[in-house]
Ligand binder design. Structure first.
Ligand SMILES: Cc1cc2nc3c(=O)[nH]c(=O)nc-3n(C[C@H](O)[C@H](O)[C@H](O)COP(=O)(O)OP(=O)(O)OC[C@H]3O[C@@H](n4cnc5c(N)ncnc54)[C@H](O)[C@@H]3O)c2cc1C
Length: 384
């Protein structure tokens, strides 16, 4: 057993951290306040390979393993979760193409995303379909050699800036079994009948784009279907093993950023003639925060390792990592605000932003409650 990161990975981590400090930190408040997608930072991130961390080298990406990708995610989320999500999330959805796509699809879609020239998204949720993915009602019907897509998708990351989306559709409403009859279909944003409506007023990760998507008789070629027709639901569940581990890493990064800010502030701020870090109450908060982060990080690393090695326990570990790391993110961000006192309640310090940004990790890619359902289901040996 070896807990050391390789020299190469430590070097990548340092470079990424420098990128975050130089390119993200100075503009973080501005993008958050304006709820603006940071195209300029994404362009610079593309030069460093951050727009295609997990895309294989043969398709122009950095080809990082899940473990390497989550180490990078932790560093960037510790600087600013909104911009980190925008930069690293430009390839969201491509996981399905990498795992289930044909060679033609990989060549058609992946290199542009890796280069930062195109942005992708994954569209599963709908206005009436969130946790219960099996109730997706967006419909795709075959017409000759085309699919015709109709329906609405809700809360879609990159929705109004994306160039294409992997859309979970119902392709056979008469299929037997609750989880059959779904397919993943790529829909490009420039197709007739496609519309995106940006959602504003988010609590956090405001630099990350979110939109509602509308499909009105959108026609795409038959070869845009990813993987096996009718197996889209199960493909989607497999996709979550890797992406939930990624959200868990976001949680560790947010907690780390919040805790480091609190540690610094506690040593500078004086009350009763001494730094507040001299009070045992504050010391205990810091001790718990850093212990929780370390525990979460180890769980996330193990989850990433199990994804990379296709270990049997990977679904359980991904849900455990997401449930635990997101809880740590929310708790640590809360304590960081507390340590800042009144100064933590305004945007002079990052504590306030981490506090707002942390919450999303308990909601997207399956809520905390759904992660617990998955863990319990696996423990009890119940199938989906
Ligand atoms: C900023 C943002 C970005 C997002 N990005 C994307 C994206 O890119 N693509 C995408 O497809 N979706 C995306 N989502 C949607 C997200 O995945 C859903 O919001 C999430 O899955 C929860 O669904 P819901 O909002 O419909 O809540 P509901 O499913 O309506 O849940 C409401 C509450 O009920 C609980 N609940 C529901 N079912 C159960 C159950 N069986 N047992 C116990 N409790 C239960 C939930 O945990 C929650 O607390 C995003 C959401 C946000 C806010």
């Amino acid at each position: 057993m070896d807990f050391e990161l390789s020299d190469e990975l430590r070097q990548i981590r340092e470079e990424v951290r420098r990128f975050g400090e130089n390119e993200m930190a100075p503009v973080a408040n501005e993008y958050d306040e304006k709820e603006k997608f940071p195209h300029e930072v994404v362009e610079k991130g593309a030069e460093m390979g951050l727009t295609g961390t997990s895309i294989p080298v043969e398709y122009g990406g950095a080809g990082y393993s899940t473990l390497e990708s989550i180490v990078i995610a932790e560093e960037l989320y510790a600087i600013d979760p909104g911009i980190a999500g925008a930069v690293l999330g430009t390839s969201f959805g491509c996981e399905a193409i990498m795992e289930f796509g044909t060679e033609e699809q990989k060549e058609r879609f992946l290199p542009d995303v890796a280069a930062g020239d195109k942005i992708s998204g994954a569209a599963i949720s709908e206005p009436d379909t969130g946790s219960d993915v099996s109730s997706v009602s967006t419909r795709a019907e075959k017409d000759g050699d085309e699919w015709v897509v109709n329906g609405n998708k809700m809360w879609i990351t990159n929705g109004s800036v994306g160039d294409f989306f992997v859309v979970l559709c119902r392709t056979d409403p008469d299929a037997d079994g609750r989880y059959n009859g779904f397919s993943q279909i790529v829909v490009e944003a420039d197709r007739d009948g496609f519309e995106a409506d940006k959602i504003t007023g988010k609590l956090g990760i405001r630099a990350s784009d979110t939109a509602e998507l509308l499909f009105d008789d959108v026609r795409v070629p038959a070869e845009n279907l990813v993987g096996t027709e009718g197996m889209g639901f199960l493909q989607q569940m497999q996709f979550f093993d890797a992406t939930r581990t990624g959200v868990a890493a976001q949680g560790v990064g947010i907690a780390k950023g919040a805790a480091e800010g609190a540690l610094e502030y506690a040593q500078e701020r004086e009350q009763f003639g001494q730094p507040i870090s001299e009070f045992q109450a504050i010391q205990h908060k810091l001790a718990e925060m850093f212990t929780d982060i370390e525990a979460a990080r180890n769980l996330v690393y193990k989850s990433a390792w199990s994804v990379d090695n296709k270990e049997e326990q990977l679904t359980t570990l991904a849900s455990m990592a997401k449930e635990y790391a997101s809880r740590v993110a929310v708790d640590v961000a809360n304590e960081a605000v507390q340590i800042h006192g009144g100064a933590g309640y305004v945007d002079d310090f990052q504590a306030e932003r981490f506090y707002r940004d942390a919450k999303i990790t308990q909601i997207y890619e399956g809520t905390t409650e759904i992660q617990k359902n998955v863990i319990a289901r696996e423990l009890l040996g119940k199938g989906i």
